[in-house]
Design a protein around this ligand. Structure first.
Ligand code: PMP
Length: 326
């Protein structure tokens, strides 16, 4: 779909994926004015196509677009377009549990002008690709390395916007994390080293906090330094419904977390995101020291294992739930 200032959106089409022609001056190349979403479509045992809380992706896409002065697209209309696209390619949507069709709607400025002006032309496309299970051999925990050198986001920045400009500067941090023997970097900021998130996932701790309470805690959204993950919100909502522990969103200084590891009060730490749903984490490395969770952190009764099972059952329509859109 194309957008022009004053004319709005026009010319919707479904085409075979392949190269597209853009003007070399197109703003997106020079000023990174683009934003996108990552979401999945699943097939349930009755052959229905389902999406998980897709209205939230639409809301977030338009939030990102507004932050970058890109045109918004009506969320419900876009979901109808996505459903039409899924119908055309239904036989490509994998039918096995764990598999899905990954969908990426993307809005980008094609404004053919060298100066950084307001967007006068833009495009929106939705690409999709079948994806397999994130864990090919079971629930595999990973190690994170705290990155105190590269800052991913800070208050007033774009940490809560889903756009490429947040990701390309983290490639270097990912390389450093790999050199430290970890799979992903854990980003912190400020003198307090507040924990924000890992490369593509939000972070949760299931622990005994320093008041002695059993708590599920995750960094808060209030300072705008993290992406408002849809899996993150779903974990918070379900945990509140389960009512078995206190659920808290707040600023989380790294030292407080490391102290809890030393007291052996951290029972579980995990990441959340559309790709893996829940990514178990076995340890955090900081300043050459590994802080690890106990071995039973991934047992059948672990909080994160129960949470994964519930979320995937909702996504594949095994549990009837309003979050799953047929
Ligand atoms: N943080 C970042 C930086 C991400 O790229 C993602 C993946 N979209 C997430 C968190 C998780 O968000 P969601 O649960 O909506 O996939």
């Amino acid at each position: 779909v194309e957008w022009r200032n004053g004319l709005g959106w026009s010319n919707p089409q479904i085409i075979q994926s392949g190269p597209i022609a853009l003007h070399p001056f197109a703003h997106v190349f020079h000023y990174a004015n683009e934003c996108y979403e990552g979401m999945k479509a699943y097939i349930d045992s009755n052959g229905n196509v389902r999406m998980f809380r897709p209205e939230k992706n639409m809301e977030r896409l338009n939030f990102s677009a507004s932050r970058l002065c890109l045109p918004a697209f009506n969320g419900e209309e876009l979901l109808k377009c996505i459903e039409a696209l899924l119908k055309v390619d239904k036989e490509w949507i994998p039918r096995k549990k764990g598999y899905a069709m990954y969908l990426r709607p993307l809005i980008f400025s094609t404004t053919p002008w060298l100066g950084l002006t307001q967007t006068s032309e833009a495009h929106l496309y939705v690409m999709m690709s079948p994806v397999g299970p994130y864990f090919k051999s079971g629930f595999v925990p990973i190690k994170l390395a705290v990155d105190s050198k590269w800052i991913r986001a800070w208050p007033g920045g774009t940490g809560n916007v889903k756009f490429g400009g947040n990701y390309s500067p983290t490639v270097m941090a990912q390389r450093d994390a790999a050199n430290a023997g970890a799979s992903q970097a854990l980003f912190v900021y400020d003198k307090e080293q507040y924990i924000t998130e890992a490369g593509t996932m939000n972070i949760f701790l299931f622990w005994k906090n320093n008041m002695g309470e059993i708590e599920l805690v995750t960094p808060s959204l209030e300072d705008g330094t993290i992406l408002a993950g849809i899996t993150r919100q779903s974990v918070i909502d379900l945990a509140r419904e389960w009512g078995e522990c206190k659920v808290t969103e707040r600023m989380l200084p790294l030292q407080e977390v490391l102290d809890a590891f030393i007291r052996e009060d951290v029972y579980e730490i995990f990441g959340t995101g559309t790709a893996a749903v829940i990514q178990p984490i076995s340890s955090i490395s900081y300043d050459g020291i590994d802080y690890s969770v106990p071995k039973n952190a991934f047992s059948e009764n672990a909080f994160q294992v129960r949470m994964t099972n519930t979320l995937t059952a909702i996504q594949y329509g095994e549990i009837d739930h309003p979050w799953s859109r047929v």
